[in-house]
Design a protein around this ligand. Structure first.
Ligand code: FAD
Length: 373
């Protein structure tokens, strides 16, 4: 693995996941040249692992603001169905048509593999003349004097390091996320009929399935631990007998709801944190990638022109971003709780879903957002 040299370009982006590559697009689009940028990632090569990602209309708007289209092989589900398994029978609690999303929110809701989104971003960066430094771990170290300082090769850095705790720890900052159960992921055969997202509710865990590139359905089961996730799986329809596991994915919950200081810590004004590195979130609202793309689309114009200087304009933008992602973090957490209710509370949830289902499932403030708006 390479380590840092003593000189470098003007802007270093640490982490070439979704947030980091999206930010590179934004900076190039807003006038920075490839000579100004260096994007590093500690992984030896672009990761192919990872399961699926939902791209809600706000994510598609963020991609467009970065000069990008949606990944070419993304699927377009026609509905979201909420189901419950009762006495061996599948009961539909609510159905939301997605066909009018484009009219209502200006873009469709799409699903794709995470690797497809990542490849799409990387290929477009290569087209713009930027290559990634894979296998390069940014060194963020404490000075021997005991003062914590960044051993920086760039005047400033964009930290897009995901939920990794190490970069924050190296600066003496507390981690933003803590473990919160697992997602057990795998393939099940596609549901017959229209391509759709299905959400199964159950006490102690829930499951989501959606179509991906080749029409097979992908299933994610979220629960406290792997045995609990497998118990949820046993109560799902017969399609789940053909479950082909993809392994587990650790879930993380934010320790606190995001603030402006999580984007730019007052002690480290030469750094801006974006994506999961600034605001980890549970996946129960399917917004992790969307918020990373939005960060890039909203912040890149400011960072490209004004840098990281703590100007009032940048503080204003960061405060607005923090307020929006905080709302998403809260809603993702509360979705998880609601999905797993049992007993009387579960009954009340089902009743509310049956009465007002589609209205409860749509968030215009979230889906209708455009980075420029
Ligand atoms: C391999 C992989 C698979 C994933 N699969 C799923 C999934 O199936 N479902 C889901 O909901 N979410 C998944 N995620 C997380 C999802 O991509 C993010 O929650 C979301 O897209 C926000 O993106 P991000 O760029 O902030 O973080 P990430 O996409 O996690 O990217 C962070 C990047 O920073 C790099 N990095 C970390 N520390 C350093 C360092 N010190 N120096 C250099 N590079 C560093 C990492 O290698 C990584 O590439 C996955 C992430 C990865 C990395």
């Amino acid at each position: 693995m390479a380590t840092e040299g003593s000189s470098g370009p003007l802007i270093q982006i640490v982490g070439a996941g979704i947030a980091g590559t999206a930010m590179a697009h934004g900076l190039l689009l807003h006038g920075r040249s490839t000579h100004d940028l260096r994007v590093v990632d500690e992984r030896p090569s672009p990761p192919l692992e990872g399961a699926g990602i939902q791209l809600s209309p706000n994510a598609i708007h963020a991609l467009a603001a970065l000069g990008l289209s949606a990944p070419p092989n993304a699927c377009r589900p026609e509905a979201i169905e909420v189901l419950q398994q009762r006495s061996g029978r599948e009961q539909r609690l609510a159905r939301l048509s997605l066909l009018d999303f484009e009219t209502r929110f200006g873009a469709p809701l799409l699903t794709c593999r995470r690797a497809a989104l990542q490849s799409h971003l990387l290929e477009a960066l290569a087209d713009r003349g930027l290559t990634i430094d894979w296998g390069h771990q940014a060194s963020i170290e404490a000075e021997p004097t005991g003062d914590l300082a960044v051993k920086a090769t760039s005047p400033w850095r964009i930290m897009a390091t995901g939920v990794a705790a190490a970069p924050r720890r190296a600066l003496g900052l507390a981690p933003l996320a803590e473990p919160s159960g697992v997602a057990l992921r795998g393939w099940i055969p596609a549901a017959e009929g229209e391509p759709r997202i299905q959400l199964w509710l159950g006490a102690g865990g829930h499951a989501v399935s959606y179509p991906l590139d080749d029409g097979r359905t992908h299933l994610v089961v979220c629960a406290a631990d792997e045995p609990a996730a497998r118990r949820v799986l046993e109560h799902l329809p017969s399609r789940c007998a053909d479950f082909t596991p993809l392994g587990t994915w650790p879930l993380t919950d934010p320790r606190h709801i995001a603030t402006e200081a999580d984007y730019q810590h007052p002690d480290w004004p030469g750094m801006v944190w974006i994506g999961d590195a600034a605001h980890p979130m549970l996946p129960h609202l399917a917004q992790g990638a969307a918020m990373a793309l939005e960060d890039a689309a909203v912040l890149a114009p400011h960072l490209a022109h004004s840098g990281l200087g703590q100007s009032a304009a940048l503080r204003h933008v960061l405060a607005r971003r923090a307020a929006r992602v905080a709302r998403v973090q809260r809603d993702a957490r509360s979705n998880g709780r609601i999905f797993r209710l049992g007993g009387l509370a579960g009954w009340a949830r089902n009743w509310a879903l049956q009465m007002a289902g589609p209205h409860l499932m749509v968030r215009p403030w979230l889906y209708g957002n455009r980075p420029s708006g």
